[in-house]
Design a protein around this ligand. Structure first.
Ligand code: FAD
Length: 383
């Protein structure tokens, strides 16, 4: 199922071969034990595919978001949870695009070689929520360092990463036109004195934390780009992030549809395969159509992104359509499996929990609809 763009079929095959070494049983076991996929991550790091956006001169694959999308989709499609690692792809994207040459030289080759993991991204705060310009964590210049203080929530993979991109205020919030100014991004080495992480238990097996920064010292040369200009970088990064999330959802959807259509053809009750009933068959077929449409929009967004053209509307639509398609596929799979959908050994309930995340983040679907309503259809600002 599914069609590729450009020369990505070979990438899909290569990543699929790695994922095949980590079947459903592997992810089910991790989920039961609430363990991080260390072995899977190691294999992926060794393969170099998490360095897909890192230019060749730094030892990376030197490819675009189109190829990254295929890598991420394949992880989900194989039954794995791409949210455990796909952040490394968009994090490196930000470092490549906005990091100083010194920063790129000192970190990118080691990230590309799999020696350093850049899995953590620190933006969200409780009192700001989706209104990210309201974040209050501050970074104050002190000699050759910045000193960071504040609390953030929902920071994933912090305890399994060597590096984190951290967003903080270097100038106070100003209401109105300047509200997006004064945000800065830093590359932070982990673990560090001054960073305390408290795990938040969620319905997913994804290491997520509330994190307190207390006088964390970050060398000034680890500032990414210009001081105060990070909102612009974040906005550009967000489009890549949404294409990545769309791809993870598309992979999930393809996993649900393959699994459920096979089960629907085999499981017999009332003397016939349940897939012969239209109430079982049609929701799967409809979710398939929605997934294919979302996939085309995702590749369209990726193509624009890779050409350096504006892609916000397309990236938002791709994430919106893909997360809805995968959630529909998840529900259709649940209905197909009936009681067995609830049994851990069938993996449907695990993937059901995992794919639900994409409706809410990165960027809730309401936020994406408000983007389309305001910026594409010209209606008044809602968010
Ligand atoms: C498992 C998990 C992992 C995460 N990992 C990370 C991470 O690694 N790093 C990081 O920085 N963040 C992370 N996040 C945070 C995530 O991006 C935020 O949860 C998300 O941005 C939403 O913020 P919030 O939960 O505070 O929602 P809120 O801002 O409180 O919004 C709540 C709801 O209200 C809706 N809403 C708000 N205003 C409006 C409006 N004007 N109109 C209509 N609807 C509205 C929203 O769409 C949303 O559905 C993670 C979250 C989860 C759940």
């Amino acid at each position: 199922m599914g069609h590729d763009h450009g020369g990505s079929a070979a990438i899909r095959e290569e990543v699929a071969a790695i994922c095949a070494r980590f079947p459903d049983e592997y992810w089910r076991g991790l989920d039961a034990d609430r363990r991080y996929p260390e072995e899977f991550l190691q294999a992926l790091l060794e393969s170099g595919w998490l360095g897909v956006l890192i230019p060749r001169e730094y030892g990376g694959k030197g490819l675009g978001i189109t190829e990254a999308a295929v890598v991420i989709e394949e992880i989900s499609r194989s039954g794995g949870n791409a949210a455990t690692c796909h952040a490394q792809i968009y994090n490196t994207g930000m470092l490549v695009r906005h990091g100083s040459e010194e920063l790129r030289k000192s970190y990118l080759p080691r990230i590309a070689a799999g020696e350093l993991r850049l899995l953590a991204f620190a933006l969200t705060e409780h009192d700001a929520g989706l209104d990210t310009t309201r974040i209050a964590t501050e970074a104050v210049r002190d000699g050759d360092d910045y000193v960071v203080n504040g609390t953030k929530n929902w920071l994933s993979r912090v305890q399994h990463s060597d590096l984190m991109i951290l967003a903080a205020r270097t100038a106070p919030y100003e209401a109105g036109a300047r509200r997006a100014e004064g945000l800065s991004a830093f590359l932070v080495e982990l673990p560090a004195d001054g960073i305390e992480a408290r795990p938040v238990r969620t319905m997913l097996n994804l290491e997520t934390n509330e994190v307190t920064f207390r006088d964390l010292r970050v060398p000034a040369e680890n500032l990414i780009g210009e001081e105060g200009a990070a909102f612009r970088y974040l906005i550009h990064g967000v489009n890549g992030d949404r294409i990545a999330a769309a791809s993870a959802a598309i992979g999930d959807s393809r996993w649900f549809l393959a699994k459920a259509s096979r089960y629907a053809s085999e499981r017999e009750v009332f003397g016939r395969p349940i897939g012969q009933n239209q109430s079982i068959q049609f929701p799967l077929a409809r979710a398939y159509a929605a997934t294919e449409a979302a996939s085309l929009m995702r590749f369209r967004a990726a193509e624009l992104y890779d050409r350096g053209e504006s892609c916000a509307a397309e990236a938002n639509m791709a994430k919106l359509l893909a997360s809805e398609a995968s959630w529909d596929a998840a529900n259709a799979a649940m209905n197909t499996f009936g009681g067995y959908g609830f049994a851990a050994e069938y993996d449907v309930e695990r993937k059901f929990r995992e794919t639900r995340l994409f409706v809410n983040g990165p960027g809730s679907n309401q936020l994406l609809l408000s983007y389309l309503g305001q910026h594409v259809l010209g209606m008044p600002r809602s968010f």
